[in-house]
Design a protein around this ligand. Structure first.
Ligand SMILES: NC(=O)c1ccc[n+]([C@@H]2O[C@H](COP(=O)([O-])OP(=O)(O)OC[C@H]3O[C@@H](n4cnc5c(N)ncnc54)[C@H](O)[C@@H]3O)[C@@H](O)[C@H]2O)c1
Length: 367
């Protein structure tokens, strides 16, 4: 009945052809840093993509969006089961993303990142959506206190409301997993790289933006913390790989998303930036001390289970990409406000555009 399902045809890294079903995918947070790279990549792979976003960062464009696709202007807290019935899979990126933003209001971080996620997943399951690819984070390893590489089974030591929200969301989603509902937890390393909605509150982009706009590579800690990094395009490719992999290979499992060779100390990232950006020097911010968030991560499971998702970018190549992108848009220091999430949301709350629960106040003006 109904003939064969549409499929996407791709070449694997070792040059073989592979077929995977084309899916109807809802990408939440499609308008964010990672989403504005992931949604076009899923489209390009042959999936039917719909975006859903509340558009906190409307107007904060760094590069033009390359493609058009259907989108819903909606808060994840308002999504209904009926709406989700149209989809085979959800790539759930919408969140108050990253440690500093989590400090805006810890309760809101719990409401959106934890309760919002769990409710979305519960309704998705009710609606018959089988796959739920969840953007989790390596920041849940927190303060590893060791140089050892953290595998997915390592103890979780979240240090911030943001990291805690990801730990608890994974636990709750895992509780929903069964033969009909397959959540997958993509524990992404810290992202870097160009995107239509670039961010300067992630370490490599931050150092690069300082270098370009001021000639100083400003380090906010003593430079010793370890941070694993991954390019936004590699995050997007890993999400797609998780989406189309045989379900038994990924269901209810966590994957660290990154590469073992891309665990860096912040001071080494500063060196990479100062070697890439002309005429700049490294400077430590006044009073910079140790940052307790320090962890090195083992990414072997991703490489073994989803070999096509093995990252291809390095921080050094990413720094070069950023330099080219900053030159092409003529970046100035005003970019720091536009591309830093905390300052953007604080402005929207202060001028009354968003209420205390981060709901838009003048919906009619924004339709
Ligand atoms: N950027 C990183 O380094 C990184 C690392 C690990 C994990 N992650 C995770 O990846 C996901 C995407 O991160 P990002 O860097 O693209 O974040 P981002 O802040 O750039 O984008 C998030 C998007 O979600 C939307 N959003 C937020 N709350 C919403 C709500 N209640 N309803 C609807 N839309 C909402 C925002 O408008 C925004 O467009 C997040 O879940 C984040 O925690 C990011």
């Amino acid at each position: 009945m109904g003939g064969e399902r549409p499929y996407v045809l791709r070449q694997t890294r070792d040059g073989r052809d592979s077929r995977a079903p084309s899916m109807k995918v809802l990408v939440t947070g499609h308008h964010g840093y990672i989403g504005s790279v992931t949604a076009p990549m899923l489209l390009e792979a042959g999936h039917e993509v719909t975006g859903l976003d509340t558009f906190f960062y409307e107007g904060c464009d760094f590069l033009e969006d390359a493609v058009d696709f259907p989108t819903l202007r909606m808060d994840i807290r308002d999504v209904t089961t009926e709406l989700l019935e149209a989809f085979d899979a959800i790539v759930h990126l919408a969140a108050l993303s990253n440690d500093p933003l989590g400090e805006l209001d810890e309760e809101l971080t719990r409401e959106i990142n934890l309760r919002g996620t769990v409710e979305l997943a519960r309704k998705a399951k009710e609606a018959g959506v089988q796959r739920f690819v969840f953007a989790s984070s390596c920041s849940m390893y927190g303060a590893s206190g060791t140089e050892e590489l953290m595998t997915e089974d390592a103890p979780l030591r979240p240090l911030t409301a943001y990291a805690e929200s990801k730990v608890r969301a994974e636990e709750a989603l895992s509780g929903l997993a069964d033969g009909d509902f397959a959540p997958v937890f993509m524990r992404n390393a810290t992202a870097y790289g160009a995107s239509p909605r670039v961010r300067f509150d992630v370490v490599l982009n931050n150092l690069a933006a300082w270098a370009f706009t001021t000639g100083k590579v400003l380090i906010m800690s003593d430079g010793t913390p370890w941070r694993p990094l991954v390019h936004v395009r590699d995050i997007a490719a890993a999400a797609e790989a998780a989406l189309v992999a045989p379900v038994e290979r990924v269901a209810n499992q966590a994957f660290n998303v990154g590469a073992n060779s891309e665990n860096h100390r912040v001071r080494d990232l500063a060196d990479i930036v100062s070697e890439t950006f002309p005429d700049c020097e490294i400077e430590y911010a006044e009073g910079a001390g140790p940052d307790p968030r320090s962890y090195r991560v083992d990414f072997s499971k991703l490489a073994e289970t989803l070999p096509d998702a093995t990252p291809t970018w390095t921080a050094r190549a990413g720094a070069r990409e950023l330099l080219d992108a900053f030159r092409s848009v003529g970046l100035t220091s005003s970019g720091f406000d536009l591309y830093t999430r905390l300052s953007r949301l604080k402005t929207l709350v202060a001028d009354g555009s968003l209420d205390d629960e981060l709901r838009w106040q003048h919906a009619h003006e924004r339709a």
